[in-house]
Design a protein around this ligand. Structure first.
Ligand SMILES: Nc1nc2c(ncn2[C@@H]2O[C@H](COP(=O)(O)OP(=O)(O)OP(=O)(O)O)[C@@H](O)[C@H]2O)c(=O)[nH]1
Length: 306
């Protein structure tokens, strides 16, 4: 038996939904006015444990950022994490308030910065009626890069993040980070080979805790971290290279060979010299071109403890 419809005589959309299993609404017995709804998350009772953090993550939102490299203002995509601690006698947090506040800031024209996130966490703590609040936002940051000989420009990017924690003592802890790519050329390969040396794309990750008095109007932390990684690498990475440029970066890499260990130690030395950094973590992952595996090294250093 042929049950197929003639395509010119499709059933209506409502009939089609019924055909695929939609059923009429069932009886509604629970209130739909907010005041009459049970507020489970605000139940007060002994719930056994206080929680360090409860909130929402992976919230994507357009953001405006400022940069001391071109382009100086840019709209990019932020991926947010919001949270606060909650007490033992509180069942849950009010999760809608995180995105409610983000939308409010966005409609007021908010530019993402350490200062604006400090304000954001203070307001969030009050809005949540909790004793602390934290926000972490990760975003791609774009910067123009010129070729070393021809000066031809193109756009590079690195992943940046800011994490601000506001505590009950009215204190902000600010951590910022950057992940970017560099060229590294193997010193061992250069040493033992009659000619050439293998090289790789190195992934640098730097996360630093900033001093409380750090003034972002005096220094762009993104540029400082990028410079720490790139100025210590065998060569920088470029979006556009003509032949004279390619010759320059190839020779520069050969003149500046780096092991993965060299990379983290050299970047650590630069971060050590920057006074506004109190603690740092540096990691390098080299995507080996002569292996399927990666080479990896890392260091954590807290200046306050040394
Ligand atoms: N606390 C908690 N809420 C959740 C969870 N899963 C989903 N929700 C959210 O609960 C939200 C309701 O948000 P609330 O902020 O508590 O809503 P409300 O009480 O009407 O909001 P206020 O007017 O701010 O008090 C929905 O948006 C859901 O996303 C969870 O595991 N825990």
């Amino acid at each position: 038996m042929d049950n197929s419809y003639n395509l010119k005589q499709l059933p209506t959309k409502e009939e089609r939904h019924k055909l695929f299993g939609s059923v009429p609404p069932g009886p509604r017995t629970k209130p739909h006015e907010k005041e009459k709804m049970k507020d489970l998350q605000n139940t007060k009772q002994n719930f056994l444990f206080e929680l360090d953090a409860v909130g929402i993550s992976n919230v994507k939102h357009p953001i405006k950022i400022a940069s001391s490299m071109t382009p100086e203002t840019q709209t990019t995509i932020g991926t947010f994490y919001f949270a606060s601690s909650i007490s033992q006698d509180s069942k849950g947090t009010n999760m809608s308030r995180f995105t409610e506040q983000l939308h409010h800031y966005h409609s007021e024209g908010f530019t993402l910065s350490i200062e604006s996130l400090k304000q954001f966490t203070r307001d969030l703590k009050d809005r949540l009626e909790q004793k602390d609040a934290e926000v972490k936002v990760e975003f791609p940051w774009f910067f123009e890069r010129k070729a070393p000989y021809t000066d031809m420009a193109g756009m590079n990017h690195a992943d940046a993040w800011i994490h601000v924690r506001y505590d009950e003592r009215d204190h902000h802890q600010v951590t910022v980070g950057l992940s970017g790519k560099v060229t590294t050329l193997c010193p061992c390969s250069k040493e033992i080979s009659e000619y050439s040396a293998h090289n790789q794309r190195g992934n640098m990750k730097m996360e630093v805790e900033l001093a409380e008095d750090f003034d972002e109007s005096q220094a762009d932390w993104k540029v400082l971290l990028l410079e720490a990684a790139e100025s210590n690498a065998s060569a920088r990475i470029h979006p556009v290279l003509k032949r004279p440029d390619e010759k320059m970066v190839t020779e520069q890499a050969y003149e500046n060979p780096r092991f993965v260990e060299d990379m983290v130690r050299l970047v650590a030395a630069d971060l050590y010299e920057l006074n506004m950094i109190e603690k740092f973590y540096v990691k390098c992952v080299n995507e080996e071109s002569i292996h399927l595996h990666d080479a990896v090294a890392s260091i954590t250093y807290d200046k306050r403890k040394k």
